[in-house]
Structures are given as C-alpha cells and as structure tokens.
Design a protein around this ligand. Structure first.
Ligand code: UDP
Ligand code: MG
Length: 339
C-alpha cells in the first residue's frame, strides 16, 4: 500500500493550495477588470487556501499587462503563464493544469459567463466524494443558434462516445488532482478537456450552474471554429463514424447485389408482382445519375472522415510541443507565504 496516498494533503505538501482556479485568457482586456473584482472576493469568501492560474493565450490586446498588474497585487494567490502565441483554449487549460498545484482544480472562462460565485457549489459536490464535477447551464445566455447546435452535438456525442455529459460546452467544472495530473500527462493534440478528463473520472457528477451573457468583448468561436472543435471531439473520442461507414458500405453492396438479381429475374421472366409492372413503376423515381451523385458524395465524405483521423495521427506522430511558454509569473518557491 502506498503510504503517500493516505496521508492528508496538508502533511504531504504543506504549501499546497486546496484550490486552483485555471482560466484561459485570449483578448479579454474588456472583461479582466470585472473578473478580478468578482473572482478574488468570491474565492476569499470560500475560506480555502487557493491560487488562480491565468494562462494568457497570446493575446494581442492589453490582457497580458492586466494579468501582470493583478499578479503584482496578489502574488500570494496568482500565477500567470504567458504563451508566446495563440494556441487555443484547450491547450491553454492544459498549460494551466501543468502549472497549478491545488488539490482540487476548477476551470472557468475569463469572460464572466461562468459566475465565480458558483465555485463553492462545485466544491460542495467534491466534498460529497466526487472526483469530477461538471457544470450544466440550465439557462444558457447565448444565441438560439449556438444553443440549438450545441444541443444537437451533445446528443450526437452522447450516442457515439462513452462520455456522458449534459452540457459539454460548459467550462465551469471541478477536477481532482489525480484527474488533472492524468490530463497533463496525456500527450494528445487538439483535445477537448472536459471530455478527456471525463475518461479518467471514477465518480463523476453534474450540477446546475448559472450562466451569464457575455457583457464585454466577443466570442472567440465563430461557426468554423465550432465545427472544427466538434470534429475534434468526435474523432478524438470515438471510432463510431468509421464503423458506421463500413456498415454503410456493406449495406450499399448488399442492396446493389439484390437489385442486380432482381433486374436479371425481370429481364428473363418479365414477371409482375401483385399486378404491378414493378420495373416501370420504379423507373418513375429511379434515376441512376442522382444515385451516383449521392454515392460519390458519400464517398467523398468518407474520404474526408478518414482524412480527419489520418490528420490526427499525423499531428500526433510529429509530436511537436503543444505550446511555447514565454514566461511564468510566480513567486519563487522558497519565499515565505506571508509578505
Ligand atoms: N480562449 C482562449 N484561446 C482562444 C479562444 C478562447 O484562451 O483561442 C478563452 C477565452 O479568453 C475565454 C474562453 O477561452 O476565457 C472561452 O472563450 P469564449 O468566451 O470566446 O467562448 P464562448 O463562451 O463563446 O464559447
Ligand atoms: Mg464565453
């Protein structure tokens, strides 16, 4: 038995925060002041030792400067990881996971769509013994199009992967240290953190959380990026699309064979069935060209689908670093906690 695992964490790592909050930041200068003003008081009110890890994902506005100012104000509770370019929200969260030390880790967005006051609810669910707590936005404040598309994608993912989440897009989630370590150790490219983390969870649960409209700045997910994200989610966690394609191929071959046999039979014996000259009847809606276009379309789709998987393999085998860090703003480890 491993003695480390049973000793309380305070004994193992006296300086370890009980809670880390990981926040990816990309061009959020308009939201950051409000975020600081609400996040830190909300965390102070929880009465736990915490740290906030901001990851600046190559912002081109003043976000990095604002993060540095906040770090100077609260160096005891703030760390800032600065990327040298924009690598995306999920790589930024991975970097946050690699740099946080909390026994529990909460992720949230920087735009205040996830109210920081809800973090206590996530922690309460963890107190009840869960190692993964997903947020569900009951009243989602986004456009009807986003809500509809995301509902459809949630349903698709639910059917073709083993990941059960009501609201995959909600980033307000809490993870145990073990799960965070497993995610940080995964060398997966183009991944989706809530789903990847779910695969490591042993006792996941979900709770309802509030959601607010984006009041400042604008969403970084235009339609194209949303489609890409969902392709990554599907191909990164399921082989079902490929398997469906083999099934479809088998079905088309069997149907073609049956039609062939039927046509030969008709030509040899010119039989009618139930008083209908069926070949003439079907010729009304039978058009070989249209069918051929349909099948070519399916073929191209299948080819693209294989391409998605091959592309993932290609990215994976190149094994390039997923991001480059320009600097990390943190207090040197040997400095005392109080200053
Ligand atoms: N984000 C990021 N890198 C990106 C895009 C977004 O770090 O390339 C961050 C962004 O700053 C925010 C979070 O990811 O904290 C969610 O982004 P956004 O609010 O634009 O997404 P939405 O709420 O529209 O899904
Ligand atoms: Mg948002």
């Amino acid at each position: 038995m491993n003695g480390e695992a049973v000793r309380p964490v305070e004994e193992r790592m006296p300086d370890q925060p009980q809670l880390s909050v990981v926040i990816p930041v990309y061009n959020e200068e308009a939201s950051l002041p409000d975020l600081f003003a609400r996040l830190f008081p909300a965390l102070d009110a929880l009465g736990v030792r915490y740290e906030v890890v901001f990851v600046n994902d190559g912002s081109r506005d003043r976000s990095a400067a604002l993060l540095r100012e906040q770090w100077e104000r609260r160096p005891d509770a703030t760390r800032v990881v600065l990327f040298n370019a924009n690598y995306g929200q999920h790589p930024a969260i991975v970097a946050g996971f690699e740099h946080c030390r909390g026994e529990r880790v909460v992720t949230m967005d920087a735009d205040l769509q996830n109210p920081p006051e809800e973090i206590g609810k996530l922690l309460a669910a963890m107190d009840a013994g869960h190692d993964y707590v997903g947020g569900v936005r009951r009243h989602r404040e986004d456009s009807w199009f986003r809500r509809l598309a995301s509902k459809a994608m949630n349903r698709l993912r639910e059917r073709i992967t083993r990941i059960h989440m009501t609201d995959q897009g909600c980033m307000l989630r809490a993870y145990s240290r073990e799960i965070v370590a497993a995610v940080a150790a995964s060398r997966e490219v183009s991944t989706f953190i809530p789903a990847l983390a779910y695969t490591f969870a042993s006792n996941p649960t979900e709770i309802d959380v509030a959601h607010a409209e984006r009041t400042a700045g604008k969403s970084h997910y235009p339609l194209y990026k949303l489609i890409r994200l969902n392709f990554d989610l599907v191909t990164g966690f399921s082989l079902v699309p490929l398997q469906l394609f083999s099934m479809f191929g088998m079905f088309v071959s069997a149907a073609a064979l049956a039609t062939y046999v039927g046509v030969i039979g008709y030509r040899l014996f010119a039989f009618d069935w139930a008083g209908v000259r069926w070949q003439e009847a079907t010729s009304v809606f039978w058009d070989r060209d249209i069918l051929a276009f349909f099948l070519i379309g399916m073929l191209l789709f299948g080819l693209g689908l294989i391409g998605e998987y091959v592309g993932r393999i290609y990215q994976q085998v190149r094994a390039r670093p997923r991001y480059m860090i320009r600097a990390v703003l943190e207090r040197p480890a040997d400095e005392p906690a109080e200053r």
